[in-house]
Design a binder for this molecule. Structure first.
Ligand SMILES: NC(=O)c1ccc[n+]([C@@H]2O[C@H](COP(=O)([O-])OP(=O)(O)OC[C@H]3O[C@@H](n4cnc5c(N)ncnc54)[C@H](OP(=O)(O)O)[C@@H]3O)[C@@H](O)[C@H]2O)c1
Length: 328
């Protein structure tokens, strides 16, 4: 396999352009998957307290380091501050819990997971806290909390100063919120993580981030497949089934998934495809010994439909009984 490229950041080091996403990886297969991924060459793990498997990722990291697959400083580990911990007194506690579970003493990147603050749920009460405040009640509800982003951001900056995280960033933010953060940040966000795939190209957001020297990580880089089992997308909405993608895949002798991921990398974003299939780990990382022509790139970008699968303005109402749009 060719050496993968990295994306410059304001951080201590550049971001490996392909990472493994851990959302929805079952606990029982997580540690082994992390280990196998590292053996194959993954050096970037995308984690979050909300995924409920940081302890198992931690077991995997422990094995990776003890077997000498790579050193801690070769790994890029991203964590995410959950919505229930936006108040300044909870940010450090949340980060420390992730570090303990992941068995590491610093995160390479800590992101505000969503610009959504929810009422605090004590760690001993329930962890991860999830979206519902009271999942056991007869009518569980999501309870928003009015916490300004600047309060959370200042607490994130203190994590950098304390050496718990190397760099900080945000996720699911648009240009207006980014501008707001940049207006007071003494430590600027180095990475924005957002949904992006050929049906949600986000060219204005990417251009703004380039202008502000904020690296972009594309989550759900394959689009619909992650959301089909959740009932949030249908198989017919899958970009890897698109004839244009299939045609390009045939031309370059790669799989449709590799074409879509290569498109993401070639336009300058990091991609963090999730797979729990070992064979696909290799497939998803093998993106650096072929290139798409500028015509291929344009053909794929023209598939844009501004279609977002992960939209709190939709799923919070459907699943958690609270209308909470953030992009409009
Ligand atoms: N910041 C946020 O709010 C946020 C939101 C969503 C996701 N994320 C992060 O982004 C990561 C990736 O996003 P995602 O998990 O939503 O979606 P994704 O990585 O785009 O897609 C995952 C889906 O595609 C399938 N798949 C993986 N590789 C494939 C291949 N080579 N060919 C065909 N199908 C393939 C997987 O199935 P198998 O597992 O069976 O292979 C799974 O169903 C997450 O794991 C998480 O770390 C962040």
């Amino acid at each position: 396999m060719e050496k993968q490229i990295s994306i410059p950041t304001r951080a201590h080091r550049s971001l490996p352009s392909v990472g493994l996403g851990f959302w929805k990886i079952p606990n029982e297969s997580t540690a082994k998957l992390a280990l196998e991924a590292a053996k194959i060459g993954y050096r970037h793990f995308d984690c979050a307290s909300d995924y409920g498997n940081e302890q198992q990722v931690g077991e995997g990291i422990n094995q990776i380091l003890s077997e000498g697959i790579c050193r801690r400083e070769d790994l890029w580990v991203t964590g995410k501050l959950w919505n229930t911990y936006h108040r300044k007194e909870h940010v450090r506690l949340a980060c420390e819990r992730s570090l303990k579970d992941l068995q590491i003493d610093y995160l390479d990147l800590y992101l505000i997971h969503f610009p959504i603050a929810l009422a605090y749920v004590p760690f001993e009460h329930r962890y991860p806290a999830g979206w519902h405040y009271d999942p056991e009640s007869e009518s569980p509800r999501m309870i928003p909390d009015a916490v300004p982003i600047c309060e959370t951001w200042e607490a994130m900056e203190r994590l950098v100063q304390a050496g718990l995280v190397r760099t900080v960033g945000v996720s699911n933010f648009g240009t207006s919120l980014l501008r707001d953060v940049l207006s007071y940040a003494s430590i600027r966000p180095s990475v924005l993580q957002v949904e992006s795939h050929p049906y949600l190209v986000q060219s204005k957001l990417l251009r703004y981030c380039q202008q502000e020297q904020i690296a972009v990580t594309a989550f759900s880089p394959l689009g619909a497949p992650s959301y089909i089992p959740l009932g949030m997308a249908t198989a017919s909405e899958s970009v890897i089934e698109q004839p244009v993608v299939a045609q390009i895949a045939q031309e370059v002798g790669r799989t449709p998934a590799q074409v879509v991921l290569r498109w993401g990398v070639q336009r300058g974003t990091a991609v963090i495809p999730k797979t729990q299939q070992i064979a696909r780990l290799k497939e998803n990382l093998s993106l650096f010994d072929f290139e798409l022509t500028s015509e291929h790139m344009e053909m794929i970008s023209r598939l844009d439909r501004n279609q977002r699968f992960n939209d709190p303005g939709v799923f919070c109402e459907q699943a958690f009984g609270c209308y909470y749009p953030i992009y409009e």
